[in-house]
Ligand binder design. Structure first.
Ligand SMILES: Nc1ncnc2c1ncn2[C@@H]1O[C@H](COP(=O)(O)OP(=O)(O)OP(=O)(O)O)[C@@H](O)[C@H]1O
Ligand SMILES: [Mg+2]
Length: 377
């Protein structure tokens, strides 16, 4: 699905905003604090109902207002689709074509997005939980039904931990019987998710390597490793071996929530040995790989949202990114302007609290030599 018009009411710093989005590449330009990330956040919200900045609903509502509305029309299979979100403290209501959604999961799939923002450096720099979440999010984006696997696992681990902590001792018979049940559930869901993650990484890494090579103009290989928290043939055996220890510590030491995921770039560990710029390039390559995988499998590229991506890259990498944008609808925000030879299909510029189409620029009549450079350098 591609978006055509977006309306924001009392969303973040926007009291009322209406924008038309081109079906190709839109650049959103404006100074710090203009509302560029807020706009990207609203577009991502239409697909996921969650802030990609992990902000609570209250911060999405304009200060002083009681609710925010994010509304958009889009086109899918030649039909118009209307998505409407109403955010108020403590509740979010979503409708697609004026039909209320029963579950969040029902929205997944109406619109799909790939978001890359400055915080994505965490994907490389931080501990394995960020990478586990990245992989799990991709699994769910490819197959919304897998949402149940991921959330079940989370619940199983939490409940098993709670039980371990409340057991009165190693011979608490009643609790041991309940523990048996949680162990079985953990083994079944855990093994399933582990295998899905390993398969996903195997599919993803060739695409990530290709993206990284284009961005960096090198021919390095990216290699991902997935270190399971269990080495036995079946996960149930490892859970049984770890049980006494888990009881003493009151936590679950075996399962996908403890698995380690990492990536090396040309043989260097990305977390501890790559430069800051290489880490940024890797994070971007990983997002773009996920994007391409979704586009391939779903037969249609998600909406690609690249927030402030250019300031993170050196001029050659920025140019390489813009020259190799995947097909489909793309929104790129920038506080510095664009490299001089960039030709977006549409440029939106912030003027105070307004966001306007840059009139001197229309893609139809833009040929590169006549295009005024947008860059301020
Ligand atoms: N709930 C809210 N109500 C009103 N204004 C808000 C709300 N939340 C954030 N803002 C304001 O929105 C402004 C724009 O934020 P945003 O992150 O979108 O800027 P930006 O254009 O991405 O800037 P930068 O280039 O620095 O990343 C901020 O100045 C912030 O004060
Ligand atoms: Mg921003």
């Amino acid at each position: 699905m591609r978006l055509t018009t977006v309306w924001l009411t009392d969303f973040r710093n926007y009291e009322n905003l209406e924008i038309q989005l081109d079906e190709g590449f839109t650049a959103v330009l404006g100074p710090n604090g203009a509302g560029k990330t807020n706009l990207v956040e609203s577009l991502a919200l239409l697909a996921t109902l969650k802030s990609f900045r992990r902000a609570p609903t209250e911060s999405l509502i304009r200060k002083g207002a009681t609710k925010a509305v994010v509304r958009a029309t889009g086109i899918r299979d030649d039909r118009e689709v209307l998505i409407e979100l109403e955010l108020a403290k403590g509740r979010t209501r979503a409708q697609v074509n004026r039909q209320p959604l029963k579950r969040t999961r029902d929205l997944l799939g109406a619109l799909r997005v790939t978001v890359f923002g400055p915080d994505d450096l965490a994907l490389v720099k931080e501990g394995p939980s960020v990478r586990r979440e990245y992989v799990d999010d991709l699994i769910v984006a490819l197959d919304p039904a897998a949402d149940a696997v991921v959330s079940d696992l989370d619940r199983i681990v939490r409940q098993r931990n709670a039980l371990l902590r409340q057991m009165s001792g190693p011979n608490d018979e009643a609790s041991l019987l309940t523990l048996d049940i949680w162990d079985e559930k953990l083994a079944a869901a855990g093994e399933h998710l582990t295998i899905r993650r390993e398969n996903l990484l195997a599919d993803l890494m060739p695409l990530a390597t290709a993206s990284y090579r284009v961005l960096s103009d090198t021919d390095v290989d990216l290699v991902a490793y997935y270190n399971r928290s269990w080495q036995t043939e079946r996960m149930s055996e490892a859970i049984a071996i770890a049980r006494a220890n888990d009881q003493r510590r009151g936590s679950t030491s075996v399962g996908p929530h403890r698995d380690d995921i990492g990536v090396s770039v040309g043989g260097f560990d990305s977390r501890t040995e790559c430069s800051q710029g290489e880490q940024r390039t890797l994070a971007l390559a990983l997002r773009l790989a996920g994007h391409r995988l979704l586009a391939e499998r779903l037969g249609e590229p998600p909406l690609l949202l690249l927030d402030d991506v250019l300031s993170e890259l050196d001029p050659d990498r920025a140019r390489a990114l813009l020259a190799s944008l995947p097909p489909g609808q793309t929104v790129i925000t920038s506080a510095q302007g664009l490299p001089p030879d960039t030709v977006p299909d549409q440029i939106l510029v912030h003027h105070g609290d307004r966001l306007e189409v840059q009139e001197s620029f229309t893609a139809a009549n833009a040929s590169p030599p006549d295009t005024p450079p947008v860059s301020n350098d």
